[in-house]
Design a protein around this ligand. Structure first.
Ligand code: HEC
Ligand code: HEC
Ligand code: HEC
Ligand code: HEC
Length: 498
């Protein structure tokens, strides 16, 4: 073959030149590729050394961090997007009480019955907190509804203020005290050390909960940290004592029963139910605790594996900071590990969620009835001692319902555990109804009329809320007090200037 080639080249030298030129082009392209790889390597290496601005201390201004880390900043900013809806969740605003008016009755006497929306992106933490009816309208004429503790999960200004005024003083202040201080949405300084960019825990409640369990959070592995940064906020918590000290009830364990024991032992109640007079517990959002009991955590996955997947841009690998439903982008989340089709993977999630919803709907309907039956018993003269057994069951039932439901991802994160909790919730609910039935019979009542609570408005009217007044006051407050807070924040340099 080579002899033939040599013969051809001798006869027609142009062939030789042709081969020579092809090889040269090939070598040139190879060279370009190599150069670009080295350049990218150099870019990665210098990413940390060539910071455009020096960030020290607790800097809550995300825009300034963004100058150094444009990829993370740009994806973080996308948590503002509202463009995705899965079957049950997504990043769009959604009025949960409108969809499920029974929840209004379940929370009667508590601020959640006024207003409750499904969560959306991290960019909305401040806006959603100032706009919800649950924070009221604190100004010259109105007192605060909430302590400053409520700010804790909303902003990198929180660690900044805690550093300034002290942790205890922070919690014990009124919510409105920090209106012009806590203004930047959840961001870089919530999860990162500014100098090393290592993941870091900025919320004392998580560090303290570990300490009380005899564990040192500083010993967590890098993979554990990829969940623990989220566990600063996506957990069950309560406000302890007069000082409203943010506390995680994990001392005896992190299951629904262990935390219930914790609260029972200190005789804690978040509020007393307006209809049934039950001393209630409000579950917050035990995403982390429930996730730990699911198949993915047990295989060593972290929250970030699904909610902050790696992306590649040229040779640079970075984490997608657009924290949201992993179903928006199945190819860069689930499919990094699973070979199933996108449709199959999406359907696994929907199946788990639909099955949990079947039980959830039953609990909500029957538990609402139980509260109304208890009200009827009180109205007809039942005494305390007769009601104790029923109220205890209502408390237990609603704690289980809320625990499973308020952690919005739980039916996928830990499908079996979530079903178990909902099943016990339904069991306690039906037991409560049986007990109440006995009390009602003993009072000579055989039939109680169920109110029409088929819409949010009707349900809110039934529990005695004057929504028009509350909404008008809030609208006015948003137009008067809120702009004052923002003006002050700007003039004091708490917000970036762009
Ligand atoms: C400082 C507290 C805090 C930290 C840390 C935090 N979150 Fe959140 N997260 C929130 C709050 C508050 C919301 C609701 C925001 C709203 O609705 O305005 C939220 C919303 C979400 C949502 C719903 C987004 C949507 O589009 O509907 C997801 C998913 C989520 N967080 C996951 C995570 C994950 C995963 C981590 C860790 C990598 C994490 N969060 C860290 C406080 C936090
Ligand atoms: C809710 C927590 C959270 C917030 C808020 C957050 N990050 Fe991250 N960040 C992470 C996690 C988790 C990783 C992955 C770390 C790992 O795998 O070790 C990460 C990784 C990084 C990295 C390392 C390279 C990479 O992309 O994996 C940089 C740089 C970074 N983040 C910058 C930022 C900037 C800038 C902001 C603010 C705009 C920010 N982060 C906000 C959790 C967060
Ligand atoms: C194996 C992948 C996976 C892991 C790991 C994971 N999640 Fe999820 N998460 C999901 C899926 C899937 C959903 C449901 C999304 C939907 O229905 O659109 C979800 C939903 C959520 C939601 C509700 C989002 C909404 O729009 O209301 C939150 C909050 C959340 N996860 C937080 C976390 C936290 C915190 C961790 C770690 C403790 C975690 N997730 C770990 C896959 C995961
Ligand atoms: C980082 C790897 C990884 C990612 C990302 C991941 N998974 Fe998994 N998943 C696993 C592993 C490992 C198991 C356990 C497999 C086994 O035991 O055979 C598992 C198990 C499952 C199971 C079976 C659960 C059970 O009860 O045993 C389902 C369903 C599933 N994953 C769906 C998903 C979906 C949907 C996503 C995206 C939202 C996802 N996974 C993302 C690694 C991953």
């Amino acid at each position: 073959m080579f002899k033939k080639l040599a013969e051809s080249i001798r006869r027609k030298p142009i062939i030789g030149w042709g081969i020579f030129a092809t090889v040269m082009v090939f070598v040139f392209v190879l060279g370009l590729l190599a150069a670009s790889i080295t350049e990218r390597r150099a870019e990665i290496a210098t990413l940390y050394n060539n910071k455009k601005v020096e960030i020290t201390g607790i800097n809550a201004k995300n825009e300034e961090w963004g100058l150094n880390y444009p990829r993370e900043y740009d994806t973080w900013k996308k948590t503002k997007d509202m463009d995705f809806r899965s079957k049950h969740l997504g990043n769009m605003p959604e009025d949960a009480l409108k969809n499920r008016p029974e929840m209004v009755v379940l929370w009667a006497g508590y601020a959640f019955s006024r207003d409750y929306s499904a969560p959306r992106g991290h960019m909305y933490t401040i806006e959603d907190m100032t706009h919800t009816l649950r924070t009221g309208t604190p100004d010259h004429d109105h007192k605060d509804m909430q302590p400053a503790t409520c700010w804790t999960c909303k902003s990198p200004d929180v660690p900044r203020m805690m550093h300034e005024v002290g942790i205890e003083n922070f919690y014990k202040a009124a919510w409105s005290n920090f209106g012009s201080e806590i203004v930047n949405p959840l961001g870089c300084a919530d999860c990162h050390d500014p100098v090393t960019m290592n993941l870091t825990i900025t919320r004392p409640a998580l560090i303290e909960a570990f300490e009380r369990q005899g564990k040192d959070i500083a010993q967590a592995t890098p993979q554990e940290m990829r969940s623990l940064v989220c566990a600063q906020c996506h957990v069950e918590y309560y406000f302890k004592g007069e000082g409203k000290y943010l506390t995680f009830p994990w001392d005896g364990g992190m299951t629904v029963e262990a935390m219930e024991d914790y609260y029972d032992n200190i005789e804690y109640a978040d509020w007393v139910h307006a209809l049934s007079k039950t001393p209630m517990l409000k579950a917050q959002h035990p995403d982390y605790e429930l996730f730990l009991l699911g198949p993915h955590a047990q295989r060593g996955l972290s929250c970030s594996d699904c909610h902050m997947p790696y992306m590649a841009e040229g040779g640079i690998k970075y984490s997608n900071h657009q924290v949201m439903s992993p179903l928006k982008n199945i190819s860069s989340t689930c499919q990094t590990c699973h070979r199933d089709s996108e449709d199959n993977l999406r359907n696994y999630v929907y199946q788990y969620q639909d099955k949990a919803l079947e039980i959830r709907n039953r609990v909500e309907a029957e538990l609402t009835k139980a509260h109304i039956m208890a009200k009827a018993a009180w109205d007809n003269g039942a005494d305390d001692s007769k009601m104790q057994a029923s109220l205890k069951l209502i408390r237990q039932a609603q704690w289980r319902w809320d625990f499973a439901v308020a952690s919005h991802g739980a039916s996928f994160h830990a499908p079996v555990e979530t079903q178990r909790i909902l099943a016990h919730g339904l069991d306690r609910t039906m037991q409560a109804q049986l007990e109440l039935q006995k009390v009602l019979f003993s009072l000579g009542i055989t039939d109680i009329e169920m109110p029409d609570i088929s819409t949010k408005e009707k349900a809110q009217k039934y529990i005695g809320l004057d929504m028009e007044k509350l909404q008008n006051e809030k609208d006015k407050w948003i137009q008067t007090t809120l702009p004052e807070w923002l003006e002050k924040a700007k003039s004091e340099g708490n917000l970036a200037l762009n």
